[in-house]
Design a protein around this ligand. Structure first.
Ligand SMILES: C[S@@+](CC[C@H](N)C(=O)[O-])C[C@H]1O[C@@H](n2cnc3c(N)ncnc32)[C@H](O)[C@@H]1O
Length: 296
């Protein structure tokens, strides 16, 4: 990494994508800190969905790390910190770190084995090389352009991993299948807007082959979770539908709604339609978890 044999150049400050919005988070919502509890609720539901789909908070073979009091674990783009709070409660030996460019993580009542800090990954992670035994990054795929992933993000995550440590990336596909007409129009607009700022809505599908292309990584594992909405016999089908309905409300209220020329008074009926369509059409998408070990 960073030497002449690397496949990609190590660029500390990649150029920002051009466009009226800079990332997925901004695009999908008019998120402001005063809406934090609303935001936290959705993030918590998604956290629950992912945990249920993969039957756990991680897929990497890290059980020895989790019982090591000297181990350090990093969650990048930790959001409200649900993953870290659960991991730190379930496996209390390691020291946990969370960074996010927004300060949505808890500020008080934090377990003594977690440290949160506000930081932009694209400016480089604020940690020395070879610091962590495990680096986790979840639902952050669409926050970066494809070029930023290819030329900076994987390398930066690898840089802070200790040799022999594990990286785990978990992301959903943003393009859904089997949508009814209302969700299809919204989903298409979101995907088109992402592509306009050079974000690949299907980045989740690329992690596996891209990580495999880096000689620094080996033992690459690819796990898939099938997220079926509207299937109410499935434990998370109903939760998935309600989460989709609420994310749609957020999207209609924000820049996406403006692009689609949505009248705010129609938002409730549109989100109700999305809920009904989920039951009728049973849309689905996949979550992807890719785990890889840094060369020792
Ligand atoms: C969809 S949320 C996922 C949060 C959390 N990982 C989870 O699974 O619940 C994406 C997070 O990435 C953060 N993020 C976006 N761009 C970032 C950057 N450049 N550096 C650090 N965090 C970033 C956002 O602030 C947001 O909290």
């Amino acid at each position: 990494m960073g030497n002449k044999t690397s496949r990609f150049h190590f660029t500390r400050k990649p150029p920002k994508p051009k466009g009226y919005i800079s990332n997925y988070h901004e695009m999908l919502s008019s998120f402001k800190l005063e809406e934090k509890s609303d935001h936290d609720e959705k993030e918590h539901l998604v956290h629950f969905i992912i945990k249920e789909l993969f039957k756990g908070n991680f897929s990497s073979p890290i059980h020895n790390i989790l019982s090591d009091p000297n181990a350090k674990i990093l969650d990048v783009g930790c959001g409200s910190g649900f993953w870290l709070l659960e991991m730190a409660a379930d496996y209390s030996s390691p020291q946990y770190f969370g960074i996010d460019n927004l300060s949505t993580f808890p500020k008080s009542t934090i377990p003594s084995n977690i440290e949160f800090s506000q930081h932009n990954l694209l400016e480089g992670l604020p940690f020395p090389d070879n610091t962590f035994e495990f680096v986790h990054i979840q639902s952050v795929g669409s926050e970066f352009t494809e070029t930023q992933w290819e030329t900076f993000v994987y390398q930066e995550l690898a840089r802070v991993l200790k040799p022999g440590g594990w990286l785990e990336i978990c992301d959903p596909e943003i393009e859904f299948s089997n949508c009814g007409p209302t969700l299809k129009q919204l989903n298409l607009t979101v995907c088109n807007c992402l592509m306009a700022i050079n974000v690949n809505p299907q980045m989740a599908l690329r992690h596996h082959s891209l990580i495999k292309s880096f000689p620094i990584f080996s033992n690459v594992i690819h796990d898939k979770g099938h997220m079926q909405l509207g299937n109410y016999t499935h434990k998370i089908g109903k939760i998935g539908t309600l989460t989709m309905k609420e994310y749609s409300r957020f999207a209609y209220k924000g820049p996406i709604g403006k692009i689609m020329k949505i009248d705010p008074k129609d938002i409730n009926s549109l989100t109700d339609k999305i809920e009904i369509e989920c039951e009728l059409y049973k849309p689905y998408y996949f979550y992807h978890r890719v785990c890889a070990q840094k060369a020792a």
